[in-house]
Design a protein around this ligand. Structure first.
Ligand code: S3P
Length: 175
């Protein structure tokens, strides 16, 4: 059985949505940020500050290599996973990739609330990064879910419906 991998910018709610999808389906949930934090015994902020972003990106890639042959997982990814083409080639091998799309203001409001996000400290920088990345989220997505204004339960239903009935995808759920 294929995995479902959630991609999207910081603050999209990938972790929350992924864990609800996992509990609804009984599938195992993997959060790439949490996995890396557990492995490194450091927070994301700690990794960025002490080892640098490039070390964090190497850890992300190692995890994608590990996940590429796994199946039946719900995977919530970090917002920068799409920056490395190799990550996405590996994830796409065995996952339906779902882009959780939100308005930039919503994303920033959520993302700035947590210390865990070293790349969400300045709004202008946050927007610039988003503009660079948005085409990549779209490019790699098999499915785009417009999550703006929707509850976690509704987004979960959208994801499950699309994964069960891929024919519905463009017509009803993409923006
Ligand atoms: C990042 C997003 C974060 C985390 C790290 C870098 C990014 O994950 O991986 O701070 O580059 O967008 P979330 O998308 O879960 O916030």
């Amino acid at each position: 059985m294929k995995n479902i991998a959630l991609i999207g910018y910081m603050g999209a709610g990938k972790t929350t949505i992924g864990s609800v999808v996992a509990s609804c389906t009984g599938l195992r949930f993997v959060d790439t940020d949490k996995y890396i934090v557990n492995r490194a015994h450091k927070s994301i902020k700690g990794i960025f500050e002490e080892d640098g972003e490039s070390t964090f990106r190497i850890m992300e890639n190692k995890l994608c290599r590990f996940l590429e042959n796994r199946s039946g997982l719900i995977i919530a990814t970090g917002g920068g996973i799409i920056l490395n083409e190799d990550n996405m080639a590996r994830l796409k091998k065995n996952s339906a990739v779902v882009y959780i799309k939100n308005d930039i203001e919503t994303l920033y409001d959520r993302a700035k609330k947590t210390e865990a996000r070293p790349l969400a400290t300045d709004f202008e920088d946050f927007v610039r990064r988003y503009m660079d990345r948005e085409p990549l989220y779209v490019k790699y997505a098999d499915i785009v879910v417009d999550a703006e204004g929707k509850s976690v339960e509704d987004i979960t239903m959208d994801i499950l419906m699309i994964c069960l009935y891929p024919g519905l995808k463009k017509k009803y759920f993409s923006s």
